[in-house]
Design a binder for this molecule. Structure first.
Ligand SMILES: C[S@@+](CC[C@H](N)C(=O)[O-])C[C@H]1O[C@@H](n2cnc3c(N)ncnc32)[C@H](O)[C@@H]1O
Ligand SMILES: [Zn+2]
Length: 560
């Protein structure tokens, strides 16, 4: 592969990018993001296709049964034998309903979807989608910058995805003078997505991977994805989502206020889900989070979008504000609403009545340590992941480990995400110990005590050494109070006016058992959670395109 003068070659899996200074932006550290996205879209499209094939087969069976009935019970097999030569059937053409399986039996043609990458830069992600996802019909790669679209076109050719490449879309593409499996578009991401908002024009997958926040693109994205389609969203503005420095910005971008506590990264995911959910609801659509990950300096979410009026109503029950203690970080959930199920005696149907929720769920100060409470949210309080989907992505990543440069990290993250409890929020034993001024119990001590007390426990992908539990903070604190009895502290160092003193002043309701619990060692405990990607060769800050039109602003640092 000869690299033209003035360019550097960057390779990810079997896709290659020519990089020149001052052209289009590429962040090699996002390889993990791209690997995960290829894996998730592969699994999502396989599942969609399997569902369609199952429905198609059922339809065929129904048609055959109807034919049998109308032919006076003559078995279909016998009739098929009589037709010695089967006429050729174009892929995807179904047997006409009036002549079911009479003269030919077409094979199922897999469903192929369209992916729209709204902010594509070098085109690397789109090229990888076109090459690595078999069920892709074509990818629309878009960028506002003319320098970026020029780089994209060059990279597409360089990867052999030019119009000459034989592909299913080749004829259509040749007519439209665009590029083989990838169609390049230069323009504003929202304008493009709004062009795809009518039901007949919708796409199967929308990928948003911007600098900073994806918030300005969400309204268009939730409208242009098909029912059952996949929305993939990156946000890198963690200074807004996961600190209390800009609550006003967080409200304007995400419709909620962030959390100031060690679990702020989980809250960041919930804030992004909240804005996607409320945006989708406006158009009678609801969301199902399939996988929501907090990674290094960004969040990445894979969300299925569907249409259903009743599910849209249910969003009320999956949205909460939280009162967060400014000292011990205890949280108190305040759901925004609830649903009451009422059986309709005359029809026998169940009616769902949506109601507001009484509140506040906690009075004035933190019941645990009497410190001030701050309000956070509203944010998504439903599940972050679909466990079954995560299991399938993990299986895929393990089976195809050699295809992914970040396979070890994928395995680590997905294993933990798969086991994650569907409950907010995580804690680390060391941080809770710091509130009590006590020695830190190990992860196993803490998990075992919680399990012996009848609570559920898991780890959280969002923070190394963290735990999630079904126990309330008060129940967790009781375990720490028991721990302190076994590992006494020098109370002289604890001021009588401190929150720690008030935490320690309470008696535990029962004595905790710190003996190792067999369930404390889960699959994830045996997996090395590779939290950070190894620095790839030649890593360094990417350059944002300078030529052409670009909605410029300051380039975000990795930790922004
Ligand atoms: C972070 S880069 C995309 C990286 C790419 N998704 C990847 O995986 O390598 C963001 C891109 O968004 C483009 N962009 C910014 N605002 C845009 C808009 N309103 N419409 C379309 N593209 C835009 C920028 O020109 C830039 O190339
Ligand atoms: Zn407190």
């Amino acid at each position: 592969m000869s690299v033209p003068e003035g360019f550097k070659l960057y390779t990810e899996n079997n896709s290659h990018i020519l990089l020149s200074s001052n052209e289009a932006f590429l962040n090699p550290v996002q390889e993990f993001n791209r690997d995960l996205s290829v894996a998730c879209i592969n699994v999502w499209s396989d599942e969609l296709n399997k569902g369609m094939e199952a429905r198609w087969r059922k339809g065929q069976e129904r048609k055959a049964a109807r034919a049998k009935e109308s032919d006076g019970g003559e078995p279909a097999q016998k009739r098929q034998k009589e037709n010695t030569k089967e006429p050729e059937v174009a892929e995807g053409v179904e047997t006409p309903a009036q002549e079911p399986t009479k003269s030919y039996r077409p094979s199922y043609s897999p469903y192929r979807g369209v992916i729209l990458e709204a902010l594509s830069a070098t085109g690397l992600r789109s090229i990888r989608y076109a090459k690595e996802i078999p069920l892709v019909k074509y990818v629309i790669a878009n960028d506002l910058s003319s320098a970026a679209t020029a780089a994209m076109k060059r990279n597409i050719e360089f990867n052999g995805l030019s119009p000459e490449t034989p592909s299913e879309a080749a004829d259509e593409v040749k007519k439209s003078k665009s590029y083989g499996k990838i169609r390049v578009n230069e323009g504003d991401a929202c304008t493009l997505m709004y062009h795809h908002r009518l039901e007949r024009d919708r796409v199967d997958v929308v990928d948003l991977d911007p600098y900073g926040t994806a918030a300005p693109f969400i309204d268009a994205a939730v409208q242009c994805v098909k029912d059952g389609g996949l929305l993939c969203v990156t946000c890198t503005d963690l200074s807004v989502l996961a600190t209390n420095n800009y609550p006003e910005k967080c409200l304007s971008n995400y419709g909620g206020v962030p959390v100031k506590a060690e679990y702020c990264h989980e809250a960041a995911l919930r804030l992004v889900l909240h804005t996607v959910s409320t945006s989708a609801s406006r158009y009678g659509r609801y969301i199902e989070p399939l996988l929501s990950l907090s990674i290094d300096f960004y969040v990445r979410l894979f969300i299925r979008v569907n249409t259903s009026p009743i599910q849209v109503k249910r969003a009320l029950t999956k949205t909460s504000t939280y009162y967060i203690c400014t000292s011990c970080q205890s949280f108190y959930e305040q759901p925004l609403g609830r649903v009451v199920e009422k059986k309709n005696e005359s029809s026998g149907n169940v009616d769902y009545i949506f109601k507001t929720q009484p509140g506040p769920t906690v009075e004035g100060k933190c019941p645990e340590c009497e410190s001030v409470l701050h309000v956070a949210g509203p944010m998504w309080s439903g599940n972050l992941h679909d466990t079954e989907f995560v299991s399938k992505v993990l299986e895929h990543a393990e089976n195809k480990a050699s295809q992914y440069g970040t396979a070890a990290r994928m395995k680590g993250m997905l294993t933990v995400a798969k086991e994650e409890l569907h409950a907010p929020f995580y804690f680390t034993p060391s941080r809770v110990a710091s509130f009590f001024h006590c020695q830190t119990p190990s992860l196993d001590d803490t998990a075992s005590a919680l399990l012996h007390a009848g609570h559920k426990v898991s780890r959280s992908h969002a923070c190394a050494g963290s735990l999630k539990t079904s126990a309330t903070r008060a129940e967790l604190h009781d375990i720490y109070r028991s721990w302190v009895k076994k590992h006494p502290i020098n109370t002289k160092n604890v001021s009588e006016r401190s929150p720690a003193h008030r935490l320690l002043a309470k008696e535990p309701k029962s004595e905790a058992n710190f003996k190792h619990h067999p369930d404390s060692v889960t699959a994830s405990a045996n997996v090395k959670l590779v939290r950070y990607q190894e620095t790839p060769k030649g890593w360094g800050p990417g350059t944002r395109a300078v030529a052409g039109t670009n909605n410029s602003g300051k380039r975000k640092r990795n930790d922004e």
